[in-house]
Design a binder for this molecule. Structure first.
Ligand SMILES: Nc1ncnc2c1ncn2[C@@H]1O[C@H](COP(=O)(O)OP(=O)(O)OP(=O)(O)O)[C@@H](O)[C@H]1O
Length: 332
């Protein structure tokens, strides 16, 4: 059938997901997809989804803000939210950073606060930021801290919902999510962004589809000019498509902590307890060089917990060394 005619026909179909005609329409979409008519299948899917009634309400538009309330869009097939919200009070924000990283994060925050002044001069604040660095070095935490400092709602994208097993729907999921935040000031975290690149390992017949999703994501990133901040995180700078990198306004590396930062973290983490006279946090910090922030925090907490459980009033060097040995192999 002629594509325009098919689209017109689909526009006239209405009802719930259980309506026989809707079921037939979905099987036509699947058929078109199998034939490789992906663009047509997506177009028909969008038309049909907007006409489906659910509890008297159309599933679209998928806007976070509806009647003054924000509503997270869901994937069309499984109704799973495409992002999760983290309440303000649960945002981790007390970070120990090198002055260079602190300055870069503060620059993002300052530009957001000065957004109106910048706009006056035809300039835009940094609104698409990529944070990269090895695991446990505070990428997610930095995104949370930015949301905390700016007083913006924080959402974390669920790539598992976005990259649905019906690949043709991933594109519409992504579109729905970006559309939903267009006019809504929030921090949207695209955590483990490299998952998009990693999907290339999938079965070869899915590769074309993955490229299409990456292209759609590129387009959405390019077009994003919303009122909030998009933050993507990745462990591997190199694994990301170069084209994807170019779409960001800022790249901030979150390195492993240096001796000074390790010392600071130990002091903070152990501050609720006393340490014995023999504890030399300075040389212990040196010993921990090369470890991630997450492991440093874990070692300090393990040592503190051991002292508390054994009802010791002070943390000893032995507690710290034991915790160090136990965690040493995890990360260097
Ligand atoms: N700069 C920091 N200051 C204080 N604590 C930190 C810092 N960075 C990380 N941490 C600690 O490490 C934990 C893990 O951090 P986070 O989840 O942000 O790491 P990540 O880089 O996102 O890791 P992954 O790539 O594995 O997701 C935090 O909960 C916190 O305890």
């Amino acid at each position: 059938m002629n594509q325009a005619l098919l689209a017109r026909l689909f526009k006239s179909i209405e009802g719930s997901r259980e309506t026989p005609l809707i079921k037939v329409a979905f099987s036509i979409i699947e058929d078109e997809r199998k034939k490789g008519h992906l663009r047509l299948a997506d177009k028909l899917n969008t038309i049909l989804s907007s006409n489906i009634e659910e509890g008297g309400k159309s599933m679209l538009p998928l806007r976070l803000v509806k009647d003054g309330q924000y509503k997270i869009p869901v994937d069309r097939r499984y109704r799973l939210p495409l992002a999760t919200h983290v309440e303000h009070e649960y945002l981790r924000h007390e970070m120990v950073l090198t002055p260079e990283v602190e300055e870069k994060i503060q620059r993002v925050e300052k530009e957001y606060f000065a957004r109106e002044r910048l706009a006056h001069f035809g300039l835009k604040f940094r609104k698409k930021v990529i944070l990269y660095g090895s695991s446990g070095c505070g990428k997610t935490m930095a995104a949370e801290r930015i949301a905390w400092d700016l007083g913006l709602p924080f959402y974390k994208v669920r790539f598992d919902s976005i990259i649905s097993s019906y690949l043709g729907e991933s594109a519409s999921n992504l579109q729905a999510l970006f559309e939903s935040i267009k006019d809504y000031p929030c921090v949207l975290l695209l955590d483990e962004f490299d998952i998009i690149g990693k999907q290339r390992d999938m079965a070869s017949n899915d590769v074309g589809e993955i490229h299409r999703i990456v292209n759609i994501l590129l387009g959405l990133l390019e077009e994003y000019d919303g009122q909030g901040i998009l933050i993507a995180t990745t462990n591997l700078e190199g694994s990301l498509d170069k084209a994807l990198f170019r779409r960001f306004d800022d790249f901030i590396e979150l390195p492993k902590p240096g001796e000074k930062e390790i010392f600071e973290i130990l002091k903070i983490s152990l501050s609720a307890l006393k340490t014995t006279k023999k504890v030399d946090l300075k040389s212990f910090s040196k010993k921990m060089l090369g470890m991630s922030y997450a492991i440093v925090v874990k070692i300090a907490n393990d040592a503190a917990k051991k002292a508390i459980i054994n009802s010791f009033s002070e943390i000893s060097m032995d507690d710290l060394n034991k915790a160090f040995e136990e965690n040493e192999s995890i990360n260097r």
